[in-house]
Write a protein that binds this ligand. Sequence first.
Ligand code: NAP
Length: 284
Amino acid sequence: MSTILDGKAFAALCKENIAAEVERLAALGHRPGLAVVLVGNNPASQVYVRNKEKDCKECGIYSAMYTLPEETTEAQLLELLDVLNHDNKIHGVLVQLPVPKQIDPQRVIEAIDPIKDVDCFHPMNVGYLTQGMPRFAPCTPAGIVKLMEHYGIDPAGKHCVVIGRSNIVGKPMSLLLLQKNGTVTICHSGTADLKAQTLQADILVSAVGKTGFVTADMVKEGAVVIDVAMNRNEQGKLCGDVVYEEVAEKAAAITPVPGGVGPMTRVMLLENTLTACRLQCNLD
Ligand code: NAP
């Protein structure tokens, strides 16, 4: 039977350390602050934003939530970001994606001051990451690396196969695994024989967004399987890409959904807010 990589339990432990660090910074006169902006009524986004607020409260981070109507213009949003960029109580700024169609997400990403870009989406921060000297951790991939480290899983010398090449998950995941000396293959919808690739994986990361996508016949015996996806099945239940029961029989270790990658993503946002605070206040 495989080891369950319990992101929920480890995230709770991480949050205790974060809360202690928040109090240390606050005692120096700098309480870390995070601003989260939500535009429109996307129900999934509303849940994510509420969770971010809850996490901040739990750890003592000052949080400012901005909920803007669906019809907000790009100019109005950029104006708010400019205010937040100049607010010294706020060290991290993020806009929950997706934004409504009248707003160009790339302009939004580039309007956030890179030193406050706790999602690590700004091209400058992606550049630092690509050069192997990340300023901020891309939340989901960095949370996965932290979880693997906690369980003693080292990508060095391993064949890592990442399914998905999005800017949020697949690409930064590949870069972090590369930085950890993994040998990385990136797969996507144009990959010719996906199964031939996934069967090579010592570490398999699936970030596709399709329920039931990764089946046991695609997984090598003893592999580590990381399921990033957060899909809803026909009953509305949260599930990943991986057919958990059958893959768990073969894998050495596996993340559950929920309770695997998701809680670690949330932790890394808090960590990045602390990093942003330390950078902006010249603290160690
Ligand atoms: P995305 O932008 O839709 O990317 C999906 C990727 O899967 C694309 O690169 C796509 O390839 C690839 N793909 C689609 N069909 C494929 C196929 N048949 N074979 C191989 N590759 C295929 O999604 P995302 O933002 O990366 O998110 C992926 C999943 O992770 C979603 O379920 C999302 O909800 C979840 N997620 C979870 C967290 C968390 O904290 N747990 C955070 C972020 C995202 P192409 O590039 O060729 O189209």
